[in-house]
Ligand binder design. Sequence first.
Ligand code: 5GP
Length: 254
Amino acid sequence: MNRRRKIYEGKAKVLYEGPEPGTLVQYFKDDATAGNGKKHEIVDGKGVLNNRISEFIFTKLNGLGIPTHFVRRMNMREQLIKEVEIIPIEIVVRNVAAGSLVKRLGLEQGTQLPRSIIEFYYKDDALGDPLVSEEHITAFGWATPPELDDIMSLAIRVNDFLTGLFMGVGIQLVDFKIECGRLYENDMMRIILADEISPDNCRLWDVKTRNKLDKDRFREDLGGMLDAYREVAQRLGILVETDNALTTGPRLVQ
Ligand code: 5GP
């Protein structure tokens, strides 16, 4: 059997050449990193949970007509995706003050924002993914003004959907990060959602207890990261309630 060609390896995922032209395989690793890779641990089972949570969300988004790169899950750690040209911008949508916004503007964590706020960060590890404006994005050609309009409307639709999805299972969507790409089909190009949506790139707070159910458990050394991710999966109906034993790893609903 031939080894697959690795296209790209990031901190939490690997991309391999897909089975057909225009496809890739997205592999979810167990690596947890924070502080631009300064902090690094292996969290057994995280990749399996993120693969399933992201599959669940992207399937629903596709069903709503919000275009994504997701085609289908292949196995516990891999999904088949459409190959896109990634736009080098991280799009963050915020509903509640937390994280870097709190530090930058001196807000109190947990403050409801007057309205959802979209921010852009330039994807560059060496620079620490700096905050940039629409002017930077269009002036440097990272995306055109019409592409930016598409990206923002996509981000708002994803926020509306995710806010309702999580609220329905007692979780507040504080903020999240998405990435978009250009999909070329025949002579057409359109902007679609890429990457993943999981507790690795969302802030999710339990509505009743205010417990953090996301990667901040790792970033802030709170412990219980895998349990939190499992809790999210359970509430979304992806994991069955009895599958709690850390030792056996997550047993997933088919
Ligand atoms: P903040 O800017 O407050 O650190 O992050 C805002 C939101 O975007 C959080 O939900 C955070 O998880 C997500 N986010 C921002 N940058 C990254 C990143 O480089 N990787 C991941 N996984 N999530 C990010």
